[in-house]
Design a protein around this ligand. Structure first.
Ligand code: EPU
Length: 417
């Protein structure tokens, strides 16, 4: 079994370069299937989630070439066949294949997608989008058979601004005839990245990044080149590391606007932070003010940073509060943080954090990707050794995390035990 071992208390100095966004890449890779010739996607992170998608593409018969930071996909040889459950349940994003195979072949058979266990995570809004565009869906247990004689543009209202449902509806609508309008669309930067990619292929999408997206379907999409945006959640995670243990730590290659909600909260806490055009320089402060945070869709406070920021709140003086409004089960890291010495109470959808508390190294478990990241952050400031088991979820989402943290002075390694 692999574990992550961290000896805490080291100062983090130097520069950390942010990788391409996981949540963009995992949508861009399946979207490549829609092109009728070769596609190049640059700045793709080397994480197990992108490996799993490349494996699915390969299984479907596409030609995939992976260089260090880019992926070249030739989808012309693709065959429409059912993706085995053990491949699709490795990650949430496998359901983008549902959309692109439906758009391309008007028929798809697939299992319910995987992903971190942080809530029920139904896909009803995605299915609603497909149905609105003309698909019929047969659902047998966790398997879906989706057919469409014809895909026709429609007016779709999402009951909540779901990132997945917005992208899935967009992926089908680009090939449907006529106009589709997605109302109450999610506004995350990853959606803009996907829309830009599709537009580079020849799609006609306007309004991505707002709550109303308009798509005019086209017959043919051509191969093209695109670049993945910097990962705003990785950026936020390292910003938090800097606020916990940094000394003029530079977080480079970022889009500060994408992480503004965290920067503003950090300013409220009085974290010393300098924001540049594509970087941030951050240091630890001896005294931090408590704050209240509520997770929301973009541009609100990202749920994916809720667990990491909890660690910073353990170092604020007094009571901080954090309300999780997106997922029902995203506090699984809290008992482990409390074992390490924090004082956090879970009250329904809220947690109250009393600080500052000294943290001590313990043996803990990464129950999910961002929960695992929060335990790494705690380990960086804990006294003694923190050993984190079940590190698979962390490696799904953070490129070269051990190397990046080692380069800035952390004492962290993966060990076989
Ligand atoms: N929801 C429904 N029905 C649907 C779709 C969503 O009820 O059909 C609910 C979900 O259960 C959840 C909320 O709506 O409570 C938001 O879900 P959304 O669809 O926006 O999330 P997602 O597309 O499944 C992506 C990211 C998540 C991130 C969320 C929110 C990917 C692969 N995943 O998930 O990332 O938390 O958007 O920003 O893009 C992570 O990176 O750790 C992660 C979980």
């Amino acid at each position: 079994m692999k574990v992550l071992e961290i000896n805490g208390g080291k100062t983090l100095e130097g520069t950390i370069r942010i990788s391409g966004s996981k949540n963009s890449s995992v949508a861009l890779i399946p979207a490549a299937i829609l092109a009728s010739s070769e596609v190049t996607i640059c700045n793709v992170p080397e994480i197990t989630d992108t490996d799993a998608l490349a494996e699915i593409l390969d299984y479907l018969g596409a030609k995939v070439k992976r260089a260090s930071e880019s992926i070249v996909i030739n989808p012309t040889t693709i065959i429409n066949k059912e993706i085995p459950e053990e491949m699709s349940n490795k990650l949430r994003a496998s359901y983008y294949f549902m959309a692109v195979l439906l758009a391309k072949f008007k028929h798809v058979e697939m299992y319910f997608p995987g992903g971190c266990s942080i809530g029920a995570r139904p896909i009803d809004q995605t299915l609603k989008g497909f149905q609105a565009l003309g698909a019929t869906i047969k659902e047998v247990e966790n398997r879906y058979i989706i057919d469409a004689k014809k895909l026709t543009g429609a007016h779709v209202y999402l009951d909540m601004p779901s990132v997945g449902a917005t992208i899935n509806t967009m992926l089908v609508a680009v090939k449907a005839s006529g106009e589709t309008i997605i109302e109450n669309a999610a506004k995350e930067p990853e959606i803009v990245n996907v829309a830009t990619f599709l537009n580079n292929m020849g799609a006609k999408i306007t309004g991505a990044g707002t709550s109303e997206i308009k798509i005019i379907g086209v017959d043919q999409l051509e191969g093209c080149y695109t670049e993945v945006i910097p990962d705003r959640i990785e950026t936020g995670t390292y910003l938090i590391a800097g606020a916990l243990a940094g000394k003029n730590l530079k977080i480079d290659n970022i889009i500060p606007e994408h992480i503004e909600m965290l920067i503003l909260k950090m300013k409220e806490m009085e974290v010393p932070i300098e924001v540049g055009s594509d970087y941030v320089i951050i240091s630890k402060s001896e005294k931090l003010h408590p704050v209240k945070i509520k997770t929301q869709g973009y541009p609100g406070f990202a749920t994916d940073l809720q667990q990491p920021v909890t660690v910073l709140l353990t170092q604020c003086e007094g009571e901080s509060q954090l309300e999780e409004t997106v997922y029902e089960n995203r506090f699984k890291n809290v008992p482990y943080l409390n074992e390490m010495g924090s004082d956090i109470k879970i009250i329904g959808k809220k947690i109250k954090i009393y600080g500052p508390t000294k943290l001590v190294g313990k043996s803990v478990e990464a129950t999910d990707l961002r929960g695992g990241a929060s335990l790494i952050l705690a380990g960086l400031i804990a006294q003694g050794t923190t050993t984190i088991s079940n590190i698979g979820p962390v490696l799904r989402g953070y490129e070269h995390i051990v190397e990046k943290l080692t380069d800035i002075g952390a004492n962290i390694e993966i060990k076989e035990v």
